[in-house]
Design a binder for this molecule. Sequence first.
Ligand code: NAD
Ligand code: UDP
Length: 315
Amino acid sequence: MRILITGGAGFLGSHLCDRLLNEGHEVLCLDNYFTGRKPNLAHLVGNPNFEVLRHDVIDPFKAEVDQIYNLACPASPVHYQHNAIKTIKTSIMGAMNCLGLAKRTNARVFQASTSEVYGDPSVHPQLESYWGHVNPIGIRSCYDEGKRCAETLFMDYHRQHKVDIRIARIFNTYGPRMCEDDGRVVSNFIVQALRGEDLTVYGEGQQTRSFCYCEDLIDGFVCLMGHDSLTTPVNIGNPVEFTILELAEKVIAETGSKSKIIHKELPQDDPQQRKPDITMAKCELGWEPKVSLEEGLKPTIAYFQQVISESCAAS
Ligand code: NAD
Ligand code: UDP
């Protein structure tokens, strides 16, 4: 198949490019390089089945494709809050442009949605049927409401125009190729630990997240896209829940760092708890994550060790 990946130069997008090329597909990657980076794709240059286009999903695009994965959108709070209006435009107009293209080409189209559609959830763990608890005017809303509106657009294009959609609600995912400075918790803690700096736990660190290794997540994407009829949103994530303090302690143990833990102010609207109910993914897709946090941290730490030593050598 010929497959378009928007946001293909980013953390998850570049792993998806690898996976689909390995399966023998042709991949067209579209990215504006806001948070994506050419080094994530450097190993694919020269592959005859691979093309990259610098383009912004806010502007319409044309291509003849069989499938579309829409991943274009900054994912870390630091990056998506940097230009909030651009973030919501990216989610909504990017979704409309992908859906329009899917309608014209009859392509199946995948939306990278998020656990953020549940906001600061009052139901735990989060099931797909939960409508969420989102502040529509807070600093996270450009991302949360943008992604919620994108889901609405996907469902309406499906109902109104019979566009063949798939929606994954992704829970916190980590692994090699995250940006070292994107502010997300796993990359922050690893980079701080490797540099011997204090690990910055926001608030008391009792808030929880469930961390999925990128390889597991990409498997989930491909399983969902391969399903012949599942058009409603599906949670894709690892259901093992940790407090942020526990994560900090694990990173210190795994890196063997002498760093200390310090506490900083909790950001506004920071969700208190998050854990996916993955019954639907298990039953409908036969998918569940296989990589534990301890296992996934090892290659992630090795990746950041290399990034840090390369940047030291260059300076
Ligand atoms: P990322 O920031 O590494 O990747 C996003 C990519 O989209 C980057 O390559 C960026 O340059 C590109 N992009 C951003 N705005 C664009 C625009 N207007 N036009 C074209 N390209 C644009 O983040 P990621 O973690 O790889 O996330 C990928 C997708 O998965 C995002 O849609 C994100 O919302 C979703 N998601 C990720 C997580 C996670 O934990 N990683 C969790 C939930 C949802
Ligand atoms: N967090 C933290 N220290 C950091 C970065 C993040 O304690 O240096 C916390 C943050 O407040 C949140 C959790 O870790 O409670 C996950 O944050 P992240 O930005 O990775 O993702 P999200 O909040 O979108 O799940």
